[in-house]
Design a protein around this ligand. Structure first.
Ligand code: NAD
Length: 256
């Protein structure tokens, strides 16, 4: 029997087959979960819909996480179809390319608001809509973060601030949702080649450095992140909440 047999999982953030969220969707289907995908909109639909069909996804719904209207409609549809929810995966981030290069001092008011809205506030909004569906089911919420929340990386800039807000939100949400039996955790992934990371200036340099210095002397894969999301989504992690769990070949423990 699969680790997620009988569970229903809603996953945000598949844009293509390199997306971390896609590896999570595949792992969750493999382990017996029913899966719904929420995708950003028309721009990614032509890639997301065939992928969803290829693994027997139950629902595929467009949702711009900046829109309360979209979120309300999405959770309404999920509630009607499933009557409840066991796992919610937040694998969404965005900042304007201009904000992800050069000096952090050039961060704009608009760029800051947009990055924090899409990459951090969206988790809080999702949790609010999902709460009644998750309550009393040992629910699990998982967000994707990066070490740039805690340490300074060149060019990561406003996204580091957004990830710091996301990680703090994970702790506050864990406290707020704990009484309902819902757990909230984050996975801090090492650098992976995806659409999102392509927007970060000097990404290749960061990935090369990690491969040379991390205890495992290599970069990680989307599948390794997905397997951690499998653990956190399953009842194996029933006692774990409010955590930031690193899947980064151990890079975060290294001082020099
Ligand atoms: P990705 O580009 O495949 O995923 C990002 C997703 O965010 C896309 O599906 C995109 O459509 C979605 N998105 C952006 N704006 C949106 C909006 N307004 N409404 C709805 N969806 C929106 O890249 P990824 O690397 O798989 O990123 C997934 C998560 O993992 C992000 O939170 C990212 O910060 C995090 N992460 C990535 C890395 C890495 O190196 N790739 C490392 C650590 C953490």
């Amino acid at each position: 029997m699969g680790l997620l047999e009988g569970k229903k999982a809603l996953i945000f953030g598949v844009a293509n087959d390199k997306s971390i969220a896609w590896a999570v969707a595949e792992a969750y289907r493999r382990e017996g979960a029913e899966v719904a995908l929420a995708y950003a909109g028309e721009a990614v639909a032509k890639r997301v819909i065939p992928l969803a069909e290829s693994i027997g996804v139950s629902l595929t719904i467009p949702c711009d996480v900046r829109s309360d209207e979209d979120l309300a409609a999405l959770f309404d549809q999920v509630g009607k179809a499933w009557g409840g929810l066991d796992i919610l995966v937040h694998s969404v981030a965005f900042a304007n390319k201009d904000e992800l290069k050069g000096s952090f001092l050039n961060t704009t008011r608009e760029g800051f608001a947009m990055a924090l809205d899409i990459s951090a506030y969206s988790l809080i909004a999702m949790c609010k809509y999902a709460e009644p569906l998750l309550a009393g089911r040992n629910g699990s919420i998982i967000a994707m973060t990066y070490l740039g929340a805690q340490k300074v990386f060149p060019n990561y800039n406003v996204m580091g601030v957004a990830k710091a807000a996301l990680e703090a939100s994970v702790r506050y949400l864990a406290e707020a949702m704990g009484p309902d039996g819902t757990r909230v955790n984050a996975i801090s992934a090492g650098p992976l080649r995806t659409l999102a990371s392509a927007g970060v200036g000097g990404f290749n340099q960061i990935a090369g450095h990690v491969a040379g210095k991390a205890p495992l002397r290599r970069n990680i894969s989307q599948e390794e992140v997905a397997n951690a999301a499998l653990y956190l989504g399953s009842d194996l992690a029933a006692g774990v909440t409010g955590e930031v769990h690193f899947v980064d070949s151990g890079y975060n423990i290294i001082g020099l």
